[in-house]
Ligand binder design. Structure first.
Ligand code: IMP
Length: 461
């Protein structure tokens, strides 16, 4: 494998070919290639200038996006990061689970800082997170004891359970008191029994009258934002707009494809944009995978390259690796080519944004996992099975580090030679071109390669 300190030019993508023929269907998906917290907020924000709408397609307020613009830091959980641009329609799609309380608090916070939230649209078909979902999430985790998933405690799993069981309430029920009342009265006896069985005494979580009053109040405030977002998405695509679908969490937390049961209850992979965002597979022509220069994980579950030494501590401190949603210190490790390649394939990644390269500056030697040893055998494909992963030990390739700070570098050629070598190795092992490189939290602290055609047309309102 070549290890020159130069980066291969990205090959012509299907998108470029379509654009050349004037046939582009400009829809991009942004997806996390690790365990979430890859910096997707910055990626979305960076690309947002070019798009008409940003659509969240799964997850809920378990997500946390931090965006830094000049002196201002914005922490968002539910509202798509495109809200910071006046020309973008931020859309919360049908695949999302919405806690209206969090959403309205986020609206208030944005309004207080002068951000216009009137354009935000929430799908009528998104599911609601209600107080009993949060109580159940916490009660289940307590009952699991040492085997807990380490959830964010936001009620995500129980809300998705209700959706699958067809017993949940949806955003449209906020506008229909009769439907909300009948659905709630059918759901509550089971929830009370469940909480009782789990040893929880929390009458407020299942207080029918209080929840119905909340629903009415939420409905009143959210009414102007509730819409058939599938219709909005398809209309915008039909008009030649460029849309961005924003995944939360990451591929390795996917309910089907991650290290089950240490996963979230939705589908962060690019395919989730179709089930949760209202777009068809063939309408997507670009999938940008986002990763960090190292790995982090929050909550329980196997983490083969985890660092529990001073280097891990240093990366966590320099990289501010503290959860936006929970305030928990993230677990930190070296980058791992096995889940990376798995994620690139599973998502059909056409390009990569590599974030937080600057955090590794000053570390004398950087390790990159290229294979595992499991039961005495060398393994080069990521086994998503938790049992196998817990028996894996990493086989590393070692790279000399660089001492220079790189925050002010804006061209690949100006990166230290050793940084370029490391990036080249990551790119080769991933099997997809790294087209954007972040060297600091600000929008401007980004190295951009000449790679991406501008969108075909924009019909801004
Ligand atoms: P839940 O999504 O709250 O049910 O948590 C399930 C797992 O996903 C836990 O390990 C969480 O720490 C993890 N998780 C959920 N959301 C995020 C996120 O936005 N970033 C990183 N990890 C997350």
């Amino acid at each position: 494998m070549a290890r020159e300190g130069t980066i291969r030019a990205p090959s012509s993508t299907r998108r470029n070919q379509l654009l050349a023929k004037g046939e582009a269907m400009p829809a991009s998906v942004i997806v996390g290639l690790q365990w979430g917290d890859e910096g997707k907020g910055k990626t979305t924000d960076f690309l947002a200038e070019q798009v008409a709408a940003v659509v969240r397609y799964q997850g809920g307020d378990n997500a946390g996006h931090t965006i830094v613009i000049g002196e201002d830091t914005f922490k968002l959980h539910l509202v798509p990061s495109g809200v910071l641009y006046g020309h973008i329609t931020p859309i919360i799609g049908p695949g999302v689970v919405v806690n209206p309380e969090t959403l309205l608090r986020e609206f208030d916070g944005l309004v207080a800082r002068g951000i216009d939230i009137s354009r935000v649209r929430v799908s009528h078909a998104a599911s609601l997170i209600l107080p009993y979902h949060i109580a159940l999430d916490k009660a289940r985790e307590t009952a699991l004891g040492g085997a807990k998933v380490g959830t964010t405690g936001r009620g995500i799993g129980p809300a998705y359970e209700d959706r699958a069981a067809r017993t949940g309430l949806r955003v449209e029920d906020l506008l229909d008191a009769a439907s909300a009342a009948s659905r709630l009265s059918r759901a509550l006896p089971e929830k009370r029994a469940l909480l009782h069985a789990l040893g929880v005494d929390d009458p407020a979580a299942t207080d029918e009258r209080a929840i119905l009053a909340q629903i009415a109040a939420w409905g009143e405030r959210l009414r102007p934002h509730i819409a058939d977002t599938n219709e909005l998405v398809q209309r915008a695509l039909g008009a030649g707009e460029h849309l961005l679908f924003e995944g939360a969490q990451g591929t390795l937390l996917d309910l089907s494809h991650g290290s089950y049961p240490y996963v979230t209850s939705s589908h962060p992979i690019a395919g989730g944009a179709t089930t949760g965002g209202g777009i068809a597979p063939l309408q997507i022509d670009e999938v940008m995978g986002v990763m960090k220069a190292y790995a982090t994980r929050v909550g329980s579950g196997p983490f083969v390259t985890e660092l529990t030494d001073a280097i891990g501590e240093r990366i966590a401190t320099t990289g501010h690796e503290v959860g936006t949603t929970t305030g928990r210190r993230r677990r930190v490790g070296w980058n791992d080519a096995l889940p990376l390649r798995y994620a690139v394939q599973l998502n059909g990644v056409s390009s990569i944004m590599l974030n937080k390269l600057d955090v590794l500056s000053g570390i004398p030697e950087i390790l990159l996992c290229v294979a595992y040893e499991i039961d005495g055998k060398r393994v080069e494909r990521w086994p998503s099975s938790t049992a196998e992963l817990s028996r894996a030990t990493p086989i590393y390739e070692r790279f000399p580090g660089w001492s220079e700070p790189i925050h002010n570098v804006r061209a690949l050629a100006d990166l230290p030679e050793n940084a370029r070598r490391y990036v080249t190795a990551l790119e080769e092992l991933a099997g997809a071109p790294i087209v954007l490189l972040s060297v600091g939290p600000e929008r401007t602290q980004t190295i951009e390669r000449a790679w991406r055609p501008m969108r075909r047309s924009v019909n801004r309102p």
